[in-house]
Design a binder for this molecule. Sequence first.
Ligand code: NAD
Ligand code: UDP
Length: 313
Amino acid sequence: MRILVTGGAGFIGSHLCDRLLRDKHEVICLDNFFSGKRANIAHLRNDPNFELIRHDVVEPILLEVDRIFHLACPASPVHYQYNPVKTTKTNVMGTINMLGLAKRVRARILLSSTSEVYGDPEEHPQKETYWGHVNPIGIRSCYDEGKRVAECLMMDYHRQNNVDIKIVRIFNTYGPRMAVNDGRVVSNFCVAALRGEPLTVYGAGTQTRSFAYIDDLVEGMIRMMDAPDFIGPVNLGNPDEFTMLELAKLAIELSKSSSTLLHKPLPPDDPTRRRPDITLARERLGWQPKVPLREGLARTIEHFRRELGLTRA
Ligand code: NAD
Ligand code: UDP
């Protein structure tokens, strides 16, 4: 099949391109390089089944494709809050453009939505049936509400125009190719620990997240794209839940660092706890994560060690 990956030069998108090429598909990677980078896909440059297009999804594009993985959108709070109006445009206009394309060429389209649609959840763990607890006017709303509108557009193009859709709600995912300056907690902690600098813990560090390793996530996304008669939304995440203090201690231990912790103010609207209920993914996709945090974090630390030029020859 010919498969379009928007946001294909980003962290998740580049791993997805790798997997799709391994599965013998033709891949068109579309990216505006806002938070993605060429280095993530440089190794694919000479693959005859790989094509790269520099394009902003806010503008329409005409392509002939069978499937679309729609990932284009900055995911780190630092990146999506840099130009919040653009983040909303990317989510709304970008998703309309990709749905318009899917409608025209009758392609199946999968949206990479997020656990952020649950906001600061009052239900724990979060099931797909939970409607969420989102501040519509806060500094995270360009992303949270943007993705909620993106889901709404997906459903309405499906109901109104019969577009073949899939929605996955991704929970915090980490792994190699995260950028050193990504700004999310896993990269911040690994980089600080390797540099011997203090790890910046926001608030008391008792807030929780559940971290999925990239390979597990990609497997879940592929299974969802291929699943017959199931549009979702479906949670994709690792149900093992950790406090940020636990994560910081693990990052320090695994990188054999002597870094200390530096507490900084908790950003507004930072969700207190988050953990996916993955019953639906287990039942409908036969999927569950395999890589425990300790193992995935060790691999991620090796990636950052190389990125920072700290690997001994
Ligand atoms: P990322 O920032 O590494 O990747 C996003 C990619 O989209 C980048 O390559 C960026 O340049 C590109 N992009 C951004 N705006 C664009 C635009 N207007 N036009 C074209 N390309 C654009 O982030 P990621 O972690 O790989 O996230 C990928 C997707 O997965 C996003 O949609 C994100 O919302 C979703 N997601 C990620 C996580 C996670 O933990 N990583 C969790 C939930 C949802
Ligand atoms: N966080 C932290 N130190 C950092 C970066 C983030 O303590 O250097 C916290 C942040 O406040 C949040 C959690 O880690 O509670 C996860 O943040 P991240 O930006 O990775 O993703 P989020 O799930 O909040 O979108």
